[in-house]
Write a protein that binds this ligand. Structure first.
Ligand SMILES: Nc1ncnc2c1ncn2[C@@H]1O[C@H](COP(=O)(O)OP(=O)(O)OP(=O)(O)O)[C@@H](O)[C@H]1O
Ligand SMILES: [Mg+2]
Length: 238
């Protein structure tokens, strides 16, 4: 078995002494994609931010063979981790093309190759190449945020709630593109919408109020959806 791309040991996140994610362990193999599932406030975003160095975390994180838990966010990005936060953040005042180009950190020919690949993945963006990002729909802005992250050719994509606030058909388009990305990039995908996430991920972690309550295959969750709602399961008679 090959070494994991990402290996996390005793990672916890706390804001001012209040625990948001209790110490947890998991690892992700190269090429594998995993979902982080759970309700509002479960700690999904905190976990992704902790991996990226954007939330107060303790514990060990080994990425691509090296410890990164004490590295600043920019250094983690340079090692090959990209992060797409909740809320489709793009540079609203720039065009679609400019948004992509500033994220490439590569010479012009390579930049163009990557832009072409982004447009192949998201044809809707190709059609809006010269338009301001502020003119895009919510779904197109989400696509642009993902395309921007991929311009850096990351080894690991940390993706937070791509379906949030999108109409189901648009969310499905975004998920289809992520599934294509998952063919050659490792993804850690935080989602409240388990059905969409399990389309991409082969394994899942389920958080409940900051605690890891399940780690296993997507198949197990599909067969036992009550894994996702422990409170409801506990409240109802057997
Ligand atoms: N910057 C912060 N400062 C203090 N507490 C925070 C901060 N960010 C999150 N929290 C708290 O940490 C807990 C986990 O929040 P988090 O946003 O990680 O959950 P989530 O699973 O991403 O939820 P959602 O599905 O609503 O996005 C919550 O109790 C939240 O209030
Ligand atoms: Mg969140």
């Amino acid at each position: 078995m090959s070494a994991p791309l990402l290996s996390v040991t005793g990672l916890s996140i706390a804001y001012g002494g209040v625990a948001a994610v209790a110490p947890l362990d998991f690892s992700v193999a190269p090429g594998e994609s995993i979902a982080v599932l759970g309700a509002n406030g479960a700690g999904k975003s905190s976990l992704l931010r902790g991996l990226m160095g954007l939330a107060p975390a303790s514990g060990d994180i080994i990425f691509d063979g090296a410890p990164i838990a004490t590295l600043a966010t920019a250094k983690r990005a340079r090692r090959g981790i990209a992060y797409v936060p909740e809320g489709r953040r793009v540079f609203a005042g720039m065009t679609v093309r400019e948004n992509l180009d500033v994220a490439a950190h590569a010479g012009a020919p390579e930049r163009q190759r990557r832009r072409d690949a982004a447009y192949a993945l998201f044809p809707q963006l190709a059609a809006r190449d010269g338009d301001g990002a502020w003119q895009l729909s919510g779904g197109q802005q989400q696509m642009l945020a993902i395309a921007r992250a991929m311009m850096a050719r990351p080894k690991l994509l940390l993706m937070d709630e791509p379906s949030l606030g999108l109409a189901p058909a648009v969310a499905q388009d975004v998920v289809d593109a992520l599934a294509a990305i998952a063919a050659d990039t490792t993804i850690v995908l935080a989602e409240q919408n388990a059905n969409l996430a399990l389309d991409i991920a082969t394994r899942a972690l389920v958080l409940d109020r900051g605690r890891l309550i399940f780690a296993g295959s997507s198949e197990e969750i599909r067969q036992q959806p009550e894994i996702l709602s422990p409170a409801a399961a506990a409240a109802s008679p057997p």
